[in-house]
Write a protein that binds this ligand. Sequence first.
Ligand SMILES: Nc1nc2c(ncn2[C@@H]2O[C@H](COP(=O)(O)OP(=O)(O)OP(=O)(O)O)[C@@H](O)[C@H]2O)c(=O)[nH]1
Ligand SMILES: [Zn+2]
Length: 414
Amino acid sequence: MRAAYPAQMGIKPVPFSWGAATPEERGPVVVSRHPNTLKLRNAIGAYGGSYCVYRALAVAIGALEPTHMPNLFNTEPSVKIGPHPQWADPRKIVSIDPYGHVVASAFRQQMIDGMDIRPSIAITKAHMTLEEMTTAVRQGRIQVDGQVVINQRGDLNVVKAAVEPVWYLPGVAERFGIEESTLRRALFEETGGMYPELITRSDLKVFLPPIGGLSVYIFGNPAYLSDPTKRLTARVHDECNGSDVFGSDICTCRPYLMYGIEECVREAQQGGVGLIVYFRKEGRALGEVTKYLVYNARKRQEGGDTAANYFLRTEDIAGVKDMRFQALMPDVLHWLGVTKIDRFMSMSNMKYEAIVDAGIEIRERCAIPDELIPADSRVEIEAKIASGYFTAGKVLTGDELGAVKGRDWDDITH
Ligand SMILES: Nc1nc2c(ncn2[C@@H]2O[C@H](COP(=O)(O)OP(=O)(O)OP(=O)(O)O)[C@@H](O)[C@H]2O)c(=O)[nH]1
Ligand SMILES: [Zn+2]
């Protein structure tokens, strides 16, 4: 039987030095409670982000052997990313493991010796078919070149990566200007006391939090991302399932994402490279339940759903208007070796400031074109612009904001 709190005796965490220049000097992130690894753990939490809970369920019902170790044969990255100088700076990357994709090769010997070490990043390649790209090709906005756009249907050739969070707690605390102990206490409390080691094992500095990660989509040659002589168009997007997947018209999320992809494709076809980073931070990281509660409150508001009240309603319910904390977001750009972005497909001042604060130059900010904004999402976009989002146009105030109204629920007949 595996003890919940193993005796301290014999505990010998694998040496680990965040921000080291090579994976060998840095050491592997060892978090598994596999019997071979239990006493060697140098991190808190579990592999797999939020999916560790499903793994628990699989073990609980007997569908998965708790001692199963992955066979990583042939799972290596489809393209080489890095190493980049940013990886050797303990301050530049604090929320992902820059060596997360080279685990199988860098720590081969440890794995042969029986250690349970897992990649936190996987890099593959794919084709993707999107209705908007099919239309772009049909309307002649985008040409088929056989490389980036591979056929008349507008199918795209991409390299993509999945990245799970790996937090270096002193670095995360420093990024937000707080004490590490304050961060550890809040993480312990707000996860229902789920990770006692946050409090009891201050020697363990790495935490794999049970949250969603991010996906990276690269259009064109991935090596160009870190080449300052090549142009880069990029969009960083936070998940909005209702719009991104299901086409809800209350916000601009999918139209902006698709516009970003089209511009990435265009950049890649002109000899540069395109990048989309997609974060699992639903509803500004407040979650979809909060988001829908806000939608209800907005639509039932006396005087209608107006831009003037947009953020107030969110704050009433969630206590804050945003929990995405973009300060950690640029880590993935450092991982990719990005030093400047030529065209940034976003109006968000929070994303912009986080990237510029991380020392990455943004040369041009590109707003979503007016014709792509669904009527009901005027409320959102005008409220965002009034709160500081980038625009080349007019910033509405006072009564003007109150006059921007969304669709009434009365219009919905069922
Ligand atoms: N809580 C809440 N979240 C929303 C609402 N509408 C959209 N969202 C979320 O807001 C986030 C929007 O992220 P992005 O599409 O990256 O856009 P942005 O950060 O606002 O800025 P841009 O880059 O200019 O598009 C996503 O996490 C959405 O799920 C809303 O009414 N309430
Ligand atoms: Zn949205």
